[in-house]
Design a protein around this ligand. Structure first.
Ligand code: MG
Length: 386
C-alpha cells in the first residue's frame, strides 16, 4: 500500500442538506415541484484544500440522500487519497448497492464524486472541464421550462420572453389533452418559427397512446420526444423507437450504467440524456456519454446546469445544455454568479474546481430538519386555463 501524502489525504467530510423554495412552482405531467433540495458534501484534505460537491433532488428524499451519504459513505473516504477517485467511487457505489443501486444511492454517490473533482481541480489550479478534456469557454444552452400548468396565453408569453432574451432552442411540456397539446405546440411554433423545439411528456403515456400522440405532434417537426413513457420500461421504448416519426430522448430518471446499457443495446433511445447527479456524478456521466457515442447516439445532458456545463465540453458534438427557467443555483438565490448566460450562450467560469461558489449565508436559512415531514404537492392545484 503506497503511503498517502498529506497533499492528497482526506482529513474530514461534512454533509448537509438544504430545502430551498423555488420562486415559481414547476408543474409537469408527472409532478408539482415547489422546492429543490441540495445535499452539500465538503471534503477537506490534510493540506487544507476543500472540495465542495453537491447533489440535488426535485424536493423529494433529500433527507434520505444526506443520511446515506453522511452515516454510511463519508466514513469510507476519510484517510484515503483524493487521487484514488475511481476506487473510492466504486467502494461507495458498492456499499450503496444493496439499498440502491440507483435513485437515492446514486444521488448520494454524486455528491462525493463532485467534491473529489472540485478538490482535484483546486489542487491543479484549473477548471474541472480542463481536467476531463474540454477547453471551451462558452457553450450553447437551450431554454426549458416546467410549464404544463401555464395557460396557453402564459405559455406563449413565456416563450416570447425566452426568445427576446436571445435563446435559439426551446423545450416545452406536453401531456394535457391531445387537442390542448396540439394547440399549445402550434402557438409556440408561431412564436419561435422554425427554431428547434423539443417536447417533454415526463413519462405520461402508455405504449400505444405514446405512438398515437407522437404521430400527431410530428407535424410540428420536434427535435425529439422526451420521456414519452415510464423510463423503467426499456422494452416498450425499443418498439416505439423503431416506429416513432420523431426521435426518442430519455435518461433523466435512468441511473445505472446497466440500465443505460439496456437502452443502448436494445436501440430504445436516440438522444441519451443522463443527468450528472442522478447517475452518480461526473465520472459516471462521462462513461455513459462514451457508451452513447459507441452506439452513434446524440448526447444531451439533462438539467443540473452547473454540473452539465462541466461535462458537455468534454464530449464532441454534445447537444446544448438545458437551462431550466428558475432552476439554476443563482436563480434560487443560493450561489454567486460565476458564469454568465446571455443570448442563449453560457460563458463558463474560469475558477479552479467546479466553478460554483455557494452563498452559505443564504443556504443557512434553508437547512433541513432531518425529522421534517414533507407534504406532497398536488399538480391539479397549479393548473391555469385561459
Ligand atoms: Mg424531462
Amino acid at each position: 500500500m503506497p503511503e498517502i501524502s498529506k497533499r492528497s489525504r482526506i482529513a474530514n467530510i461534512d454533509v448537509s442538506v438544504f430545502r430551498v423554495p423555488l420562486k415559481k412552482p414547476w408543474v409537469s405531467a408527472a409532478h408539482a415541484i415547489t422546492h429543490h433540495e441540495h445535499i452539500l458534501v465538503e471534503i477537506e484534505l490534510e493540506s487544507g484544500v476543500k472540495g465542495i460537491g453537491w447533489s440535488s433532488t426535485m424536493g423529494n428524499a433529500g433527507i434520505a440522500v444526506a443520511a446515506l451519504a453522511k452515516s454510511y459513505l463519508a466514513p469510507m473516504l476519510v484517510g484515503q487519497s483524493v487521487y484514488e477517485h475511481e476506487n473510492l467511487w466504486n467502494g461507495i457505489w458498492r456499499r450503496s448497492h444493496q439499498p440502491g443501486p440507483s435513485g437515492i444511492a446514486a444521488l448520494a454517490v454524486a455528491g462525493f464524486d463532485l467534491a473529489l473533482w472540485d478538490a482535484r481541480g483546486k489542487i491543479a489550479g484549473m477548471p474541472v472541464r480542463n481536467l476531463i478534456g474540454g477547453e471551451a469557454t462558452q457553450l450553447e444552452i437551450y431554454a426549458s421550462a416546467v410549464n404544463l400548468h401555464l395557460s396557453e396565453k402564459r405559455l406563449v408569453e413565456q416563450t416570447r420572453e425566452f426568445l427576446d432574451a436571445g435563446n435559439k432552442r426551446f423545450k416545452i411540456k406536453v401531456g394535457r389533452s391531445l387537442e390542448e397539446d396540439l394547440s399549445r405546440i402550434a402557438a409556440v411554433r408561431e412564436v419561435i418559427g422554425d427554431r428547434p423545439l423539443m417536447l417533454d411528456a415526463n413519462q405520461r403515456f402508455k405504449s400505444g397512446e405514446a405512438l398515437q400522440r407522437i404521430n400527431a405532434y410530428a407535424r410540428f417537426n420536434p427535435v425529439w420526444m422526451e420521456e414519452p413513457m415510464a423510463s423503467d420500461d426499456a422494452s416498450s421504448h425499443a418498439i416505439l423507437a423503431r416506429t416513432s416519426p420523431v426521435p426518442i430522448a430519455l435518461g433523466e430518471e435512468v441511473s445505472t450504467r446497466y440500465e443505460f446499457w439496456n437502452y443502448v443495446a436494445n436501440a430504445a433511445v436516440h438522444y441519451l440524456q443522463p443527468n450528472v447527479l442522478k447517475v452518480g456524478g461526473i465520472s459516471e456521466w462521462l462513461k455513459l456519454a462514451h457508451l452513447g457515442n459507441c452506439a452513434n447516439l446524440f448526447i444531451a445532458p439533462h438539467g443540473a446546469l452547473e454540473a452539465s456545463v462541466i461535462v458537455a465540453p468534454a464530449i464532441p458534438g454534445c447537444y446544448p445544455v438545458e437551462n431550466i427557467d428558475g432552476g439554476s443555483f443563482v436563480d434560487q438565490g443560493i450561489a454567486f454568479e460565476t458564469m454568465k448566460i446571455e443570448n442563449g450562450i453560457v460563458t463558463l467560469p474560469e475558477l479552479p474546481g467546479l466553478g460554483v461558489e455557494f452563498d452559505m449565508d443564504a443556504l443557512a436559512s434553508y437547512r433541513c430538519d432531518p425529522n421534517a415531514e414533507i407534504p406532497l404537492a398536488d399538480p391539479a392545484k397549479y393548473y391555469e386555463n385561459d
